[in-house]
Design a protein. Sequence first.
Lengths: 121, 112
Amino acid sequence: EVQVVESGGREVRPGGSLRLSCAASGFTFDDHGMSWVRQAPGKGLEWVSGINWNGDATGYADSVKGRFTISRDNAKKSLYLQMNSLRAEDTALYHCARTTGSSYYYGMDVWGQGTTVTVSS
Amino acid sequence: QSVLTQPPSVSGAPGQRVTISCTGSSSNIGAGSDVHWYQQLPGTAPKLLIYGNSNRPSGVPDRFSGSKSGTSASLAITGLQAEDEADYYCQSYDNSLSGSGLFGGGTKLTVL
């Protein structure tokens, strides 16, 4: 079965750090770009970050640039999001998603159920 | 305020046709960036409906279609069904050095 499963979300204090992971299975991981998308409670979707198949190209939303870092380990079929200097407005459900091609610019056709990040004092 | 603008809500009766617009700018859709569309049912992860402006993934009914012109794109749904009631999002990319992704604010479709 083709799937991605996120982990690592928890409650953290403002200013803290967190690393999210996404484990892929059922497909050739290094054929695909990957992205992180978040959704705050009751709000719409927000694209957070994306990475090409080999990691040589990445992109970030302005809201997280300089604080978040996306990376991948193709040997482990895993995607990561290092989140530093967390703010209350980063509170959301974070989804990992596979794109239909090698770039993160393609549509996202496989989504995980998400992992919840809560930033609160 | 999203960079891609969608109407907050649309509605239609069963069997009717509705369209959802997505308006961008010369920095994204107008610069040639592809548009993708997603359907999100309550409490579930988004589902890809249309990719690359007008392509349907396997399994998506042909009642759903996408188009793009200039700085805008549209999603059309024909033969509305009760199960189409959901939130719909367009997505594209900023065609600059940032290469950041963009989502529209989402449109709630109500089937009357």
